[in-house]
Design a protein around this ligand. Structure first.
Ligand code: NAD
Length: 429
């Protein structure tokens, strides 16, 4: 039985491996293998029944050498300091590989949003900002949504930030806001579409015809839905299955149709938390399989877009020989042990902090539009996103091919190099 994965240990192991490979100064490596600042705080919330409930919140700033720290706030029942540390560290590499002038941060609250009423969610969001107000801001650290948080929640947070800072409208303090409330067009699609922009480049590199390409996806939330949509509608490929977590029976399922799922139809029977109505799916002819069936499909691509550590020492052996590309929509879906096997097998991995960077890139565009007080069309946003991601992909590919390296190592080399350069330019090292 594999040990439960500690995401932060995993992030540190990935970093240590590459730090060794590039002979990074051990003192600099010591600075980068831990976050710069960590905040843990109580958020007392008045519940609808009049009682008080205390939630625990985290905000962790890993590195801000290249610009203000940047990263989402995750509301998840099993959130821990170490998960947030890992996600903050990956954000530093993500903003660096995408070459946007931001650092890395992440926040979290140990809560399941689905257990709260609308008013309780609003009080929790405002409470989060009350506790961290001294340490965030458009030139310090800019939060955004992540798993369990929504554009509406970002709207409340931005409003609370304005209230506590003297009432000045400062939309760029928080990104991922609703369109019409300071948000950017294209932010909803950004991460999933971005996954497919880099998949398109990988298919080109490997000489695979996108029209012949098949994929299996884990998850059917924000990232997975738009990745599935772009994979089928923009690239002309086929998605054999998606998976989801069913809250009613606390089980994960794979929803399959080997001739290709109908993405808009499945979206129409999916709730706000990414759970599919399985009765309706069965009526429409879909097959309902075990939660891990997606991993064993005979497809060209796997696109894990749900949770950390899904491809690990135990599961990696179940991946079909047909799989050529692993496109990591989720953060940290592959453990270092599984990486060794994938490397050996020659699977082309598009590492998470490159593959899912679309969200933070459009968050950055949102901040730029907020500061200009001028908004771009959706096409303009998505075109700029495509250019940024394609450039980032080519940068990583060039190092991987040029130096005969695994793509994850190549992406780390590019990102670490940019962060270390900024630290040097600022006289930190
Ligand atoms: P989401 O909450 O919208 O969707 C999560 C999906 O995963 C849901 O369909 C849920 O049912 C499914 N799921 C949960 N547990 C599962 C299980 N055990 N088996 C199968 N499916 C399961 O989240 P999201 O925003 O799509 O994020 C997914 C991943 O992508 C996370 O790792 C997140 O950090 C990462 N990510 C998200 C963004 C973004 O912009 N949303 C950006 C970068 C990275």
């Amino acid at each position: 039985m594999a040990q439960p994965t500690n995401a932060f240990q995993m992030a540190q192991r990935q970093f240590d491996g590459v730090a060794g490979l590039i002979n990074l100064d051990p003192e600099v490596a010591q600075m980068l293998r831990w976050p710069t600042r960590e905040y843990k705080f109580q958020i007392p919330v008045r519940m609808d029944n009049g009682s008080w409930q205390v939630f625990f919140g985290y905000r962790i700033q890993h590195n801000d050498a290249r610009g203000p720290a940047k990263g989402g706030i995750r509301f998840h029942a099993s959130e821990t300091m170490d998960t947030v540390r890992a996600l903050a560290m990956w954000m530093t590499w993500k903003t660096a590989v995408a070459d946007i002038p931001l650092g890395g941060a992440k926040g979290g609250v140990a809560v399941d949003s689905a257990d709260l009423s609308q008013f309780e969610k609003e009080r929790l969001c405002r409470g989060f900002i009350n506790q961290i107000i001294r340490n965030i801001g458009p030139r310090i650290d800019i939060p955004a949504p992540d798993v369990g948080t929504t554009p509406q929640m970002m709207g409340w947070m931005m409003d609370q930030y304005a209230k506590l800072t003297g009432g000045e409208y400062t939309p760029s303090a928080i990104t991922g806001k609703p369109v019409g409330g300071g948000g950017s067009l294209g932010r909803r699609e950004a991460t999933g579409f971005g996954v497919v922009y880099v998949v398109r480049e990988a298919l080109k590199h490997l000489g695979i015809d996108p029209h012949e390409a098949t994929a299996a996806i884990q998850g059917f939330g924000n990232v997975a839905q738009y990745a599935a949509l772009a994979f089928t509608e923009h690239l002309g490929g086929r998605v054999h299955c998606v998976s989801y977590w069913d809250r009613s029976d606390q089980t994960d399922y794979t929803v399959t149709c080997t001739t290709g799922i109908d993405v808009p139809y499945l979206q129409s029977i999916t709730d706000a938390y990414g759970a599919i109505d399985k009765e309706k799916a069965v009526e429409a002819g879909y097959q309902i399989e075990a939660g891990d069936a997606w991993l064993r499909k005979d497809v060209d691509l796997l696109i894990p877009s749900a949770l950390e550590a899904q491809i690990n020492a135990e599961t990696v052996g179940q991946i079909s020989e047909k799989v050529r590309i692993l496109a990591e929509g989720a953060n940290g879906p592959t453990t270092p042990e599984a990486d060794e096997v994938l490397k050996e097998r020659g699977v082309f991995v598009i590492p998470d902090f490159l593959c899912n960077a679309g969200g933070v890139i459009v968050s950055y565009f949102e901040g730029v539009q907020n500061d200009m007080n001028y908004y771009w069309s959706k096409d303009e946003v998505l075109e700029r996103l495509d250019r940024k991601l394609t450039t980032a992909f080519q940068g990583v590919l060039q190092i991987a091919v040029g130096e005969g390296l695994y793509t994850r190592e190549a992406a780390y080399i590019l990102a670490i190099g940019r962060v270390v350069d900024a630290m040097q330019l600022r006289g930190w090292i």
